[in-house]
Design a protein around this ligand. Structure first.
Ligand SMILES: [Zn+2]
Length: 141
């Protein structure tokens, strides 16, 4: 049975690599996502709307970082709200755009860890040798 350990999938997601093999790039540009992994042929978007869940990750990280930023700037450093508002609004607008790719990669890594039942059908590893597991050694980092 194919399975990607959580720590391996998490590291691969932070490098924007395929969660299954760790070699193929998930994105070919700033926004454009590859349909399949160039190394193992793993299909990234399992079904239409699959990456809707990544918006929760993106929203969560944005909210937590915004809250921490407000606490540090206003409570710890003592800046008034009128000074703190502009940088935090800018952060709220820009951070989700920056984090978009990472949120998708993390979502896919989480899904590969929690629901690995369909992984065998989606990779050429399973077609080539159905008895072996997907290699999970992360030699590239
Ligand atoms: Zn791959």
């Amino acid at each position: 049975m194919a399975q990607v350990p959580f720590n391996v999938g998490y590291r691969r997601a932070l490098r924007l690599r395929c969660p299954l093999c760790g070699n193929g790039r998930m994105f070919s540009g700033l926004i454009r996502m590859n349909e399949r992994c160039s190394c193992c042929d793993f299909k990234f978007e399992r079904e239409p709307g699959y990456f809707l869940g990544s918006t929760y990750i993106n929203y969560g990280w944005t909210s937590v970082s915004l809250t921490i930023g407000y606490i540090v700037l206003h409570v710890v450093l003592g800046y008034p709200n009128s000074y703190v508002m502009f940088p935090l609004v800018a952060w709220f607008m820009l951070f989700p755009m920056f984090f978009h790719r990472y949120a998708r990669a993390l979502w896919l890594a989480f899904d590969c860890f929690f629901d690995h039942s369909e992984l065998q059908d989606m990779s050429k590893y399973s077609e080539e040798n159905s008895e072996q597991t997907v290699p999970v050694s992360d030699t590239s980092g």
